[in-house]
Design a protein around this ligand. Structure first.
Ligand code: MG
Length: 384
């Protein structure tokens, strides 16, 4: 029986993970849950899974939850960043699923790493903003990081057992999102509702917009750089509109290993929760005879400049990826609120990056500071 702490339990990844727990009641027990503002859903999860500890992001949620659960001894209710970190480091948990969206996931991920947990990592921003620190601490505290991002899960599976020196290149695949093939002129007028219609994947709102701008792939390149310790020039991206091949490892002997499955996040979640086992029927099997074709093409960096911005940020290093990420989060939020155009997202990120005075990213304080600075500057750019 594996005991789980699920951070971000009411989000897309969290709810999918709980469906897996429900399907395998003899394998998993939920001991801790952490969520943001969806208190109603969290309450029904508490009823269903009976965790020992629950954390919510703010005090309003805490009061609401305490009211609903009054008179009960369990679960213990916590709130704020410290509360979420306590749920992340909850001593009884064997596996921590880190699925809080955005840079808010950094501190809880770090708490789980420092508690030496098996961390099923769905939050990519922890590695994007503080990859050096998180990976170093994982070694120091004996934590294991298992990727939940579908591309990194694919790479992890394709690299299994082979010497790292034999790997020539990692190729991350990208669906291209709903606007693949569109030019900047057309992209100027797309609405949030258009961007939220992803052709293949069902995901949260923020990551779906990132997928449409290609920033999601940029964040994933940085994530792969830290997770697999590969040099930047050995990480490439190909657009693969069918989303069947989830990534590819090129070996020095000319062999390519790819992982295929239906585009369903339950696959990589189940793999991280069950590793080194595999859960039966985690995802519906592929009908290979019904796949007409698998195609690959180069990404269009001219009309989708976010991918290039991410490469530049990683090349610059230090606090630049954290600043870039914060600018992206702020810009995506503004786009979802109809305050800026889709094509303003890369412009705002580029402006913040060119104004950023890069600091070394060896201390978490510098990263938090760069994040806050970039949010303030992007807000100014959005208002202008
Ligand atoms: Mg992904």
């Amino acid at each position: 029986m594996k005991k789980l702490s699920i951070l971000g339990s009411t989000g897309s990844i969290g709810t999918s993970a709980l469906r897996i727990v429900e399907a395998f009641p003899r394998k998993y027990r939920v001991v801790a849950l952490a969520a943001g503002k969806n208190i109603d859903l969290l309450c029904s999860q508490i009823e269903r899974f009976r965790p020992k500890v629950v954390a919510v992001s703010d005090e309003d949620g805490f009061r609401q939850l305490r009211q609903v659960l009054r008179g009960r001894k369990t679960p213990k209710i916590l709130f704020g960043s410290e509360g979420v970190c306590e749920a992340a480091a909850f001593p009884e948990a064997d596996i921590v699923l880190s699925a809080i969206v955005g840079s808010a996931g950094l501190m809880p991920t770090r708490a789980a790493v420092r508690a030496g947990k098996i961390v099923a990592l769905a939050n990519k921003e922890a590695l994007v903003t503080a990859g050096d620190i998180v990976m170093k601490e994982a070694r120091t505290y004996g934590a294991t990081i298992l990727p939940v991002d579908s591309e990194h899960s694919a790479l992890f599976q394709c690299m299994h057992g082979w010497k790292r020196e034999s790997v020539r290149r990692l190729i991350l695949t990208a669906s291209g999102g709903p606007f693949r093939g569109m030019k900047r002129k057309q992209l100027r007028t797309v609405a949030p509702a258009d961007a939220l219609c992803h052709p293949n994947w069902s995901m949260g709102r923020k990551i779906t917009i990132d997928s449409a701008t290609l920033m999601n792939k940029g964040l994933e390149v940085i994530e792969a750089y830290h997770l697999f310790g590969m040099p930047l020039d050995q990480i490439g991206v190909l657009i693969h509109p069918q989303s069947i091949v989830h990534s590819i490892v090129e070996y020095c002997d000319g062999s390519y290993l790819a992982q295929m499955s239906r585009p369903d996040m339950r696959g990589p979640i189940a793999l991280a929760l069950a590793y080194p086992e595999r859960l039966p029927e985690a995802v519906e099997p592929l009908r290979m005879d019904q796949i007409a074709s698998l195609t690959f093409e180069q990404p269009d960096l001219k009309n989708f400049p976010c991918l290039d911005l991410a490469y530049q940020a990683l090349q610059t290093g230090g606090t630049m990826p954290a600043a870039m990420n914060a600018a992206n989060e702020t810009a995506v939020h503004a786009f979802l609120e109809h305050r800026i155009r889709f094509t303003d997202i890369p412009k705002i990120i580029a402006r913040v990056m060119s104004a950023h005075a890069v600091m070394p990213a060896q201390a978490i304080g510098a990263i938090v500071e760069a994040d806050l600075w970039a949010r303030a500057i992007s807000q100014e750019a959005i208002r202008a």
